[in-house]
Design a protein around this ligand. Structure first.
Ligand SMILES: *[C@@H]1O[C@H](CO)[C@@H](O)[C@H](O)[C@H]1NC(C)=O
Ligand SMILES: *[C@@H]1O[C@H](CO)[C@@H](O)[C@H](O)[C@H]1NC(C)=O
Ligand SMILES: *[C@@H]1O[C@H](CO)[C@@H](O)[C@H](O)[C@H]1NC(C)=O
Ligand SMILES: *[C@@H]1O[C@H](CO)[C@@H](O)[C@H](O)[C@H]1NC(C)=O
Ligand SMILES: *[C@@H]1O[C@H](CO)[C@@H](O)[C@H](O)[C@H]1NC(C)=O
Ligand SMILES: CC(=O)N[C@H]1CO[C@H](CO)[C@@H](O)[C@@H]1O
Length: 770
């Protein structure tokens, strides 16, 4: 089973796209730009290098599809296997790998959104409805770059009313493409580029920064959209839609189509974004967790490494492959990795049963037209099983082809749903076209995430709710029901809850680094969207907003927070900004003042949400930060297992740099990260890790004392327990000693170490595995 999974995943992520001669696109990564090399010189030397391996009498210019020449060196080219192998042996080449296809990190409802979002051209120019709200404040000089599916520039989220001139350090451009020209950029949307997407070029209109998928418009407006009043999704979730940093500027790097994202384009996006002068890069996409590229074969790890080395913060989504453990992607230590949680808003659509008219709670978004009284016959998939099908389990799950449509016609059908089934939307489509009037989906994990079913009445209920429906069906010969209109429920409790789809730690690359780092809202997020032609019944104009779920939606929330921290503290490093976001104000509690849980109701752990759900403004004044520089990341690469010759290619090093002879994976625990992870502690053994904090508070003279929250069975000692900062002492080290006592039966223990001066609380989560 494992092998099979791996096989399909590998197929899915490596665009095979063989040329007629068996060639395909490879990325050739050449690490740092050699000193005193102009982009033009680099371009020439890369072409010469390709020329030396081409055996087919071709010109290098004809096979090269991308060149990276600003922030790092390399290129993507259409090559044969032999040519790729020859390049791999050339001096200066770090790695050569087939151009991978990554996916946007929206949830499974993506497949549905994709179907409904095409054919945009005719619907587009209709704006109106929502209006841009009050002008942004005067300090607007932070620039957020997004690697995504493009942008819809007409959205009011990107109106530039009230913005000053584009910052003079901006070196980016507004590329002209299909249905997009320089007039589409303004003082808010200051840059837009697009790249050759090769195998994932998608349907029409790829050659443009214009978004055909909706995803990039949604993430951009979540990160930095203006406050837009009167926003809603056809009346649902009404209110003001506003980005995390409404004062920031936006630059779009289109590296994806609806069909996926090209690794070679992702690298080009990073290369340009760094050279253009963005401050924060937001990346809501990634590899499948079953395809585990190494750091030197992963366009996101490579691009973000060079961004961070140049002081550009990179925020990425953790992936949507939860709730299984070890599914987190984008887990390099220079990235801020974001998990998804719910917000206190729910979309309720109930089932009213005949008999005593009792209501069973459900959730989903529908725009249907059923009568409010329970008058529609109700049947289970199992009872509607086609006589030619033997498997009643498939019928109870309403798998296409297993039901007798004469039995479901005119009825509401109760269907079970599990992971691995045909998609919910496909099941519902089949029922709809066979004349059923509605569908109740029994869906244990996913009810917290409202799926949009447009015109067909569908609601999703928990197993417990389903038991009540089954009981009612069994109690009468003519069961009837109805599905009520979707209503927006606010102040819903409990919230936040870790979303079922959010990818979990530990990272499969190294357990000694806690990932994900933080969580942020990623369920049913209202933000700008592209106009679509599939409108709900009775609607004449496409909504300018959409409700979408995924770690894709969580990531730009944190990119917005990072941009705000950066605009207040322009000199801070990406590590300091990440530290502030992780250690200050992140919560592990829900709105019932109880520990946050996962969708399944169990108490969440740092493997689910890292340091917790971010606080939008507390990070502005963290007091202390855990600093990390390029040297620390290089030491990390040594400990991870790279040798000095490989690391020297990746980045220019002080001469004489060498990996310590004692480099080991265990030493990764000593990386000065704002969280602590120790793996493989023996039941009676002990381990000590080191950390250092830097005082960035307003007071030079300040004293911090430590508080430890440790689970039963684990002794945690911090030495010293008091840190005294002065005018000359800004950075102080401390040690944390973990020792086991009586940890019978436990394999993963978590807690926290918090430094406080009475005003600031600087909290680091820790995880210890036995
Ligand atoms: C951009 O396109 C619009 C609409 O087609 C047109 O009105 C405008 O003049 C164009 N601007 C430039 C700079 O070409
Ligand atoms: C209504 O009927 C359901 C099942 O048919 C039953 O579980 C429930 O207790 C009834 N409620 C009332 C108030 O009678
Ligand atoms: C360093 O690692 C690379 C890649 O694994 C290998 O090709 C090379 O021989 C190694 N160099 C040394 C000096 O060990
Ligand atoms: C590893 O070696 C370095 C010197 O190369 C030394 O400073 C450090 O203490 C050693 N670490 C451990 C855990 O032995
Ligand atoms: C850590 O604490 C344990 C238990 O108190 C002690 O035995 C051990 O020596 C300590 N380790 C270090 C490195 O201080
Ligand atoms: C949000 C919304 O419009 N929901 C619709 C769901 O279906 C009912 C009818 O059953 C409509 O009245 C609601 O408007």
């Amino acid at each position: 089973m494992w092998l099979l999974l791996w096989f399909f995943a590998a197929l899915a992520v490596t665009g095979d796209g063989l040329g007629s001669d068996g060639s395909k696109v490879y990325v050739v990564y050449m690490g740092t730009v050699p000193p005193r090399t102009s982009p033009d010189l680099l371009r020439q030397s890369q072409l010469r290098l390709v020329g030396t391996v081409l055996k087919r009498g071709q010109k290098a210019e004809r096979v090269v599809v991308q060149q990276y020449k600003h922030a790092f060196s390399g290129f993507a080219a259409r090559l044969s296997k032999d040519e790729a192998a020859s390049l791999r042996r050339k001096p200066g080449v770090v790695s050569v790998f087939p151009d991978p296809v990554y996916q946007l990190h929206t949830t499974r409802s993506w497949e549905f959104l994709q179907e409904t979002a095409v054919k945009i051209d005719s619907a587009r120019r209709s704006t109106g409805g929502a209006k841009a709200a009050a002008a942004p404040p005067a300090t607007t000089d932070t620039i957020i770059g997004l690697l995504d599916s493009g942008i819809w520039p007409e959205s009011p989220s990107f109106d530039d009313a009230g913005f000053g001139p584009v910052p003079s350090r901006w070196k980016g451009t507004c590329m002209t493409g299909r249905d997009f020209n320089s007039s589409n950029c303004n003082k808010k949307l200051i840059g837009a580029r697009y790249y050759d997407l090769g195998e994932v070029r998608g349907p029409a209109q790829s050659n443009s920064p214009r978004d055909q998928a909706g995803h990039g418009t949604h993430t951009s407006s979540t990160a930095a959209g203006n406050a837009v009043t009167g926003a809603s999704y056809y009346g649902l979730a009404p209110g003001t839609a506003k980005g995390g940093s409404a004062a920031s500027r936006v630059a779009m790097y289109r590296v994806c189509s609806e069909a996926g994202c090209a690794g070679s384009a992702i690298l080009a996006g990073f290369d340009d974004a760094i050279a253009d002068g963005v401050d924060v890069i937001s990346v809501s996409l990634g590899a499948s967790p079953y395809f585990r590229p190494d750091f030197s074969d992963d366009p996101i790890a490579i691009g973000s490494f060079h961004a961070v080395a140049k002081g550009v913060m990179v925020v990425c989504s953790a992936g949507n492959s939860g709730p299984e453990a070890a599914t987190v992607v984008n887990a390099a230590p220079w990235i801020l990795t974001v998990a998804a949680t719910t917000i206190d808003r729910n979309f309720e659509s109930d089932v009213v049963l005949g008999g005593n008219n009792s209501a069973v709670k459900g959730g989903a978004i529908n725009f249907s037209n059923l009568d409010k009284s329970p008058k529609y016959p109700l049947i289970t998939g199992e009872a509607a099983k086609s006589s030619s099908v033997s498997d009643s389990d498939s019928a109870s799950h309403c798998e296409p082809g297993t039901l007798d449509t004469s039995k479901t016609k005119g009825k509401i059908v109760l269907c079970h749903h599990s992971d691995g089934d045909t998609s919910k939307v496909e099941k519902v489509d089949v029922l709809n076209s066979a004349g059923a009037v509605g569908c109740i989906l029994v869906n244990k994990a996913e009810v917290a995430v409202a799926t949009t079913y447009l015109d067909f009445p569908v609601t999703e209920v928990t197993s417990a709710a389903a038991a009540a429906i089954h009981k009612y069906i069994a109690s009468t010969s003519q069961p009837v029901a109805t599905i009520t209109p979707t209503t927006t429920v606010t102040e819903y409790k409990p919230a936040p809850v870790v979303a079922y789809f959010s990818s979990r730690g530990p990272s499969s690359q190294t357990g000694n680094l806690l990932k994900p780092d933080v969580a942020a809202p990623g369920v049913n997020i209202l933000a700008s969207w592209i106009p679509t032609t599939s409108l709900p019944i009775g609607q004449k104009q496409a909504s300018q907003f959409n409700l979408v779920s995924g770690t894709s939606m969580a990531c730009p929330h944190v990119a917005g927070v990072a941009a705000t921290v950066k605009s207040w503290n322009p000199t801070w490093s990406p590590a300091a900004i990440r530290s502030a976001i992780m250690t200050t104000g992140a919560t592990q509690l829900n709105n019932d003042r109880a520990p946050m849980t996962t969708d399944s109701g169990s108490v969440a752990t740092p493997y689910d949400y890292g340091a917790g759900q971010v606080h939008p403004t507390a990070a502005l004044d963290p007091g202390l930060v855990y600093e990390l520089g390029e040297d620390d990341y290089l030491q990390f690469l040594c400990n991870y297992g790279y040798n000095a010759s490989t690391i020297k290619l990746i980045t220019s090093l002080p001469s004489g740099f060498n990996c310590a002879a004692n480099a080991s994976k265990d030493l990764i625990s000593n990386l000065n990260y704002p969280s602590i992870t120790v793996t493989g502690l023996s039941k009676t053994g002990s381990r000590t890790v080191t950390r250092a904090v830097t005082n960035v508070g307003a007071l030079e003279e300040s004293t911090y004392t430590v508080t430890v929250s440790a689970p039963a069975g684990l002794d945690v000692k911090v030495t010293p327990s008091k840190l005294e900062f002065t005018k000359s002492v800004k950075k102080l080290a401390f040690q944390v000693n973990f020792s086991g006592k009586n940890m019978a039966g436990k394999s993963t223990l978590s807690g926290s170490v918090t430094w406080s001066d009475g005003k600031h609380m600087v909290r680091s989560p820790f995880v210890v595995t036995i």
